[in-house]
Design a protein around this ligand. Sequence first.
Ligand code: PEP
Length: 256
Amino acid sequence: MRKPLISGNWKMHHNHFEAIQTIQRLAYALSSSDYENVDVSVHAPFTDLRSLQTVIEADDIPISLGAQHSHWENKGAFTGEVSPEMLAKLNVSLVLVGHSERRHIFGETNADINKKVHAIIAKEMTPILCVGEMSEEREEGRTLEVVEKQLEEGLSQVKPSEVASIVVAYEPVWAIGTGKNATPEDAQEVCKAIREKIVSIWKGAGEDLRIQYGGSVKGVNAPDLMKQNDVDGLLVGGASLDPDEFSRIIKYRLLD
Ligand code: PEP
């Protein structure tokens, strides 16, 4: 059984005061039965991480601390960057890699993403590798081709035992922040293909691998997405900024 993972990507929102309030309100809204059913992570801006670490540890909140981005080197002349070693020191446990905004706004390539995946694993954190097609690629019928290439190149030279414990997030680019989410059937079709591709290359890794869907997830659509066999969690952007809405998503079982 794969335990679902529901992750909030705060993007460039919430300063460290707002971050503290948000995590406290989220923790207040969740109960031990929620954490028994679902793993939860929040991926905050770098400037929030130290404050969030302090609150999570002081109040014993069972939410994993996540980052949105990392460089692949641990030290050096890389102005503006933050390293895997620095994130690990703050007890960050999950790091988004290859989010579509990093790929399309900041020009990250599959080769860059692959170096980051290796560097994050080397610091004993879990990469959440984001993959997904753009709307023209979907219209041209190239969704699986694009996603499979992102997987093959992003996970190149990663050992099967390591692939089993990472997370893949399928996020169709046309669904991110647009209010247009993929149907549960579309999400299932691609998440299933991702698992099959992983099994075909990294034998034995696919059954344990957790695959999230992301793209305009809200409380109203979370239950149907989570019913799909190969959807093991959700990566939530805009709706994760509001602790009431994010907690509704985490409690998807009760909304059905
Ligand atoms: C995201 O940022 O990964 C995301 C899926 O955003 P949204 O939920 O706002 O579409």
